[in-house]
Design a binder for this molecule. Structure first.
Ligand code: ASP
Ligand code: MG
Length: 404
């Protein structure tokens, strides 16, 4: 017997027929002799609608009330799925975040889970009752409802799996696993059987939208084995797990991209101590995320400094710089038509030349690189957006990832 947490995303519970289909899957898991808890999202489109209502009434709404509103979508799904399960002769009950409780901090709209009491859930599961849990929500120290940020049901599922010491957390979604690159672009993308936590974390934060980044952080921290699979097929999914569980490690496991990038260059900045601090300090204070940064060595006392941020934050970033930049500079140049392409693989730790393969593949296609950044297990380049597809396909082939 195993203890399994299953999570079903918005499209998987998108209408009544699909909820009934989910109930069948849950029942099948129980009939295999397993203890099961289920985490659900709101029916697809519902959260967007709720967010829109809040903005329509007041764009400057109280975030605590926003959470009271947008958390309701998940509650509806828990009740409906419990009813569907009961209809199949199963014992099941719904749980909202506060009933468990799932304690969070008070960062409304993007709260972090601080504690989960697994006792009640474990008792429920041991008594043969299926716990149907609302994803995406929790309760703050002062008893207000909180939500975990868009896509947060993944994080609820992994956190619940850790709290009830589940053997596995199965995330059912509309893709049937993690691919070597976006299958919509790289026609030859391959589904991976397994991927390490580190690689999954990099790909989630580098733009692949399969799992919420925080859920992967949580899985890595608590060593929760996560399987990504489709609720619409019976194909095996991709297991996100420890490196030790993967016997045949690939040098590179995937190529990701993110279009949500904007490049900012401060031209002719006077080269003196404190330049970087005087730019990035105010940006950090304004909660603007900066990603890639390059500064050239100076010629004749001035230098160019380039960084990237998300497109949505570009205007705010420019405003902050213009208002707070104390060091003299000649001009600011921005570019919104850039994309970040990244090659990810734990194999890079022990192999040389991985970056060179990337640079050569791009050079052969005459694709110019604006910025390069690296970490232990990834190399990212910023290129012009028009080359996205070409670059992804070229890299996929260059690293031998194409499906046979
Ligand atoms: N319903 C929430 C959203 O749409 C949470 C989730 O689905 O994971 O973001
Ligand atoms: Mg999701």
């Amino acid at each position: 017997m195993a203890r399994i947490v299953q999570k079903f995303g918005g499209t998987s519970v998108g209408d009544v027929a699909r909820i009934k289909n989910v109930a069948k899957r849950v029942k099948a898991e129980v009939e295999r002799g397993n203890q099961v808890a289920v985490v659900v999202s709101a029916m697809s489109g519902v959260t967007n609608q709720l967010v829109a209502y809040c903005n329509e009434i007041s764009p400057m709404h109280d975030q605590r009330e926003y959470d009271a509103v947008v958390s309701t979508g998940e509650q509806v799904t828990t009740g409906l799925l419990a009813i569907a399960l009961q209809g199949l002769g199963m014992k099941a009950r719904s749980w909202t975040g506060w009933q468990i409780p799932i304690g969070t901090d008070d960062a409304h709209g993007k709260a972090r889970i601080e504690s989960i009491d697994g006792e009640g859930l474990i008792r429920c599961m041991e008594a043969g009752e299926i716990a149907v849990i609302a994803g995406f929500q929790g309760i703050t120290g002062d008893n207000r409802i909180s939500t975990l940020g868009r896509g947060g049901s993944d994080t609820t599922a992994v956190a619940v799996a850790a709290a009830v010491k589940a053997d596995r957390c199965d995330i059912y979604t509309d893709v049937d696993g993690v691919y070597t690159t976006d299958p919509r672009i790289g026609a030859t993308a391959r589904k991976l059987d397994k991927i390490t936590y580190e690689e999954m974390l990099e790909s989630a934060s580098l733009g692949a939208k399969v799992l919420q980044t925080r859920s992967v952080e949580m899985a890595m921290k608590h060593r929760v084995r996560v399987q990504v699979l489709s609720s619409f097929s019976d194909a095996p999914g991709t297991l996100v797990c420890d490196e030790d569980e993967i016997l045949e490690k690939e040098l590179v496991s995937g190529i990701t991209y993110s279009r949500d990038e904007a490049k900012v260059t401060l031209v002719g900045v006077q080269d003196q101590p404190g330049v970087a601090a005087s730019i990035f300090g105010p940006l950090a204070d304004a909660n603007i995320n900066v990603d890639m940064i390059v500064q050239n060595t100076s010629r004749e006392g001035t230098t160019d400094l380039t960084f990237t941020t998300s497109r949505g934050e570009l205007d705010r970033a420019l405003k902050v710089i213009k208002e707070s930049m104390k060091v003299p500079y000649a001009s600011i140049v921005t570019d919104k038509s850039v994309v970040k392409v990244s090659v990810i693989g734990v194999g890079m730790r022990s192999h040389a030349g991985v970056a060179q393969t990337m640079f050569k593949a791009l050079a052969d296609r005459k694709i110019n690189i604006h910025i390069i950044s690296t970490s232990e297990i990834k190399v990212s380049v910023l290129i012009s957006e028009e080359y996205t597809e070409l670059a992804l396909r070229a890299l996929h082939t260059a690293y031998g990832l194409d499906a046979a």
